[in-house]
Design a protein around this ligand. Structure first.
Ligand code: TXA
Ligand code: MG
Length: 329
């Protein structure tokens, strides 16, 4: 099922099947964006409500036109700088975009992934694919081919192996469909990066975001309950929090930039160091959340990276993972 055969993957897509597709952000669950039946399979495999719209993936800037009604002036400088790459843009949709893709909205999300395997797949297919992250709805996104198999099993015919994802968290989403460009989802490309092309670009605030489909507060959640401490939390605070849950009989894990000196607790805790650099933290975040589950962690105490650069996007994912922790004490 895990393969490197791009021709075989193209054949699966042409026949209306599902393909696990590596991208530089996370693995996607790809289906022909012009095939209603194939799109229905994506929603079924993920267990995702059909009102949650999908991103259409294309090879590059030259492939945007068939999908968009018109192209705003800011699009070209933006895409010239970041495409192919971890940037998704929301545009007014053209008539070829199926209602099933957008949940009936009048906008379409477009992204050109940079991963060479995704590029080869899209170029050989010569069209677009929808590709939500290849996880079950609400769960942790996959960053290896094996993760996709673990998440979706036999509902995906073939998973292309492109190694571990370099970026590790989903693309930044920018809404260009209205009068003012807005950031809908944080990612590797930050607000500061985007300001170089769109001065003063704003972020949609949390409450409005919760109303946007697929931006639900409870998302990216492992089995473990996630407890997020402040980024500057002291070791004493980590120990105090860990002890509280250990006393309740939990297997506690600690996700932090470094391995911490937790003294006598160290031997009964699972430590999951993620790296002090926010980019590295983002790269390994989902792998660490999966590890926590595999190691039987029932409460994961998290020290986030500093809230700069990719650290902002990591904090956003952790906040949602924590909200999704419906387990009670
Ligand atoms: O990095 C990524 O973007 C990955 C890889 C596989 O490319 N894909 C991904 O897809 O994260 P997904 O479906 O997990 O997240 C897509 C997000 C959702 O939050 C969805 O609500 C939003 O994009 N979205 C898509 N189309 C939209 C639309 N027309 N209006 C508003 N939000 C939209
Ligand atoms: Mg997703």
């Amino acid at each position: 099922m895990i393969s490197t055969d791009i021709e075989a993957a193209v054949a699966v897509l042409r026949a209306g099947g599902l393909v696990g597709m590596p991208t530089e952000t996370v693995y996607g669950l790809a289906a022909d964006a012009l095939n209603r039946n194939a799109i229905a399979k994506v929603f079924a495999a993920k267990g995702r409500p059909t009102s949650h719209p999908l991103i259409v993936h294309v090879a590059g800037l030259g492939d945007v036109e068939p999908w968009a009604k018109h192209l705003p002036d800011v699009l070209e400088p933006l895409l010239t700088k970041w495409w192919p790459g971890p940037l998704t843009v929301l545009l007014p949709r053209s008539s070829q975009v199926l209602d099933e893709v957008t949940g009936g909205r009048d906008t379409v999300a477009l992204r050109a992934p940079a991963h060479p395997v995704a590029q080869a797949l899209l170029q050989q297919l010569g069209s677009g694919v929808v590709a939500p992250s290849a996880n079950r709805f609400g769960r942790v996104s996959p960053t290896t081919a094996q993760d996709v198999v673990d998440e979706l099993g036999t509902s995906v015919s073939l998973v292309l192996d492109g190694g571990s994802c370099q970026i590790g968290i989903e693309s930044t989403i920018v809404d260009l469909s209205g009068s003012e460009p807005k950031i809908l989802r944080h990612g590797h490309i930050t607000q500061t990066d985007l300001e170089t092309i769109i001065p003063g670009i704003e972020v949609v605030d949390g409450r409005a975001e919760a109303n946007a489909p697929g931006m639900l507060p409870g998302h990216y959640a492992p089995n473990a309950r996630v407890v997020v401490l402040p980024p500057n939390a002291q070791i004493s605070e980590v120990i105090e929090t860990a002890e509280k849950y250990m006393e309740q009989g939990h297997q506690v894990g600690v996700l932090a930039p470094e391995t911490l000196n937790l003294g006598s607790l160290a031997s009964s805790l699972v430590q999951l160091p993620a790296g002090g650099d926010p980019k590295h933290y983002a790269q390994v975040l989902y792998r660490r959340l999966r590890q926590a589950d595999n190691d039987g962690v029932s409460v994961l105490v998290v020290v986030p990276p500093p809230p700069v650069g990719s650290g902002i996007a990591v904090a956003d994912r952790l906040r949602r993972a924590a909200y999704g922790s419906h387990h009670t004490d």
